[in-house]
Design a protein around this ligand. Structure first.
Ligand SMILES: CC(C)(COP(=O)(O)OP(=O)(O)OC[C@H]1O[C@@H](n2cnc3c(N)ncnc32)[C@H](O)[C@@H]1OP(=O)(O)O)[C@@H](O)C(=O)NCCC(=O)NCCS
Length: 325
């Protein structure tokens, strides 16, 4: 039994923050950001828009595209590192906003790999036979945890949400296999130090800007290329496929140079990689479903083609999904 992506939808906030505008806030330039990352602009949520609000709009689009009734949904998973609050889960908040039944809801935290981890989990829960229709969402308000005085990180990220309806029957891309993993040996490579039980909020944690995202960019870059290549190879091998047989790759939209390096190492032509990071930056767990939705809208997939969705993120986590369109 293979899960089917019955519908997909995405939403990004209206406000565009381009590199020029950013260069008025921090010591950076359009040229530096473009050449080092490929990013030109990103969307920023309004102050009153929380992650659940972004998720709700994307979810409604996915429900419409799947042509199902909201009452059919019996499982909600929200992948996010920027939940509305530590608890309750953003999935529970969203359940009420969408007027769903009193169904199972939880958040999944695997950073930028979160959406693909959630597909992996949803597929397993559907295969158990205990659930029939999953709403899987990646949603982030990254602007709420960025240090707008740190040019090394604030230029990279954006806000948005993408959602999918996953069922075990019907028409749509089939989810053929998954490969998820993690290496927790060096959590401080990419983290938000304060606000949890290790460093609860205090005057000094705020003064020291410990509630913002911190990253070792160089190390993350190297790990990203390595783990996305490995996850893709292992996924293909487990499913009896070779890289030549891949028609499309939708990679995590972090940095175009990461995508280029991965393409080279996998010997998959760069033209097969779908990228929209120039318009959104890195939207963390939302990046893959937003890219998937935009690629669908552009009509780039043909029936029967094979695709790989692959992501990496804080943890470090990684996850790859094989799709037959
Ligand atoms: C962040 C990243 C773009 C930096 O690129 P890089 O080529 O490694 O750049 P470096 O960190 O070596 O910085 C080079 C110089 O540019 C400067 N710099 C950093 N950010 C800058 C910015 N926004 N504008 C201008 N200069 C900047 C640095 O201070 C450094 O100057 P120095 O040599 O005088 O110290 C790159 O490492 C990267 O993309 N890493 C992966 C990040 C990622 O994907 N994170 C999300 C994971 S899900």
């Amino acid at each position: 039994m293979k899960s089917v992506l019955r519908g997909i939808g995405s939403y990004v906030p209206d406000k565009i923050l381009d590199n020029h505008e950013l260069s008025l806030r921090v010591d950076t330039s359009d040229e530096w950001i473009r050449t080092r990352t490929g990013i030109i602009e990103r969307r920023i949520a309004a102050p009153e828009q929380s992650t659940s609000e972004l998720a709700r709009i994307a979810a409604q689009k996915a429900i419409n595209s799947a042509k199902i009734k909201p009452e059919q949904i019996d499982l909600v998973i929200v992948a996010t590192i920027t939940p509305d609050m530590a608890f309750p889960s953003t999935a529970c908040i969203l359940q009420h906003q969408l007027g769903l039944g009193k169904v199972a809801c939880f958040d999944l935290e695997a950073a930028c790999s979160g959406f693909l981890y959630s597909l992996d989990v949803a597929d397993g829960m559907l295969a158990s036979g205990r659930y029939k229709c999953a709403l899987v969402i990646g949603a982030e308000k990254m602007s709420s945890i960025l240090d707008w005085e740190d040019r090394k990180t604030c230029v990279l990220f954006g806000d948005g949400a993408g959602a999918a309806i996953v069922m075990t029957d019907g028409e749509g891309p089939h989810l053929m296999g998954f490969r998820s993993g993690a290496d927790g040996s060096n959590p401080s490579l990419l983290h938000q130090p304060a606000g949890g039980s290790k460093m609860p909020a205090s005057i000094s944690s705020v003064e020291n800007r410990e509630h913002f995202l911190k990253m070792n960019g160089k190390e993350i870059f190297k790990s990203a290329v390595r783990v996305m290549e490995k996850a893709t190879r292992e996924l293909l091998e487990a499913n009896g496929l070779r890289t030549k047989q891949v028609d499309h790759v939708i990679p995590h939209q972090a940095n175009f140079r990461i995508v280029e390096s991965m393409a080279q190492r996998l010997e998959i032509p760069i033209e097969k990689f779908f990228c929209n990071l120039e318009l959104h930056g890195n939207t963390s767990a939302a990046s893959i479903p937003i890219a998937f939705d935009e690629a669908c809208q552009k009509g780039i997939f043909r029936k029967g083609e094979m695709g790989v969705l692959v992501a990496f993120g804080a943890g470090l986590t990684w996850s790859a999904t094989l799709v037959r369109f």
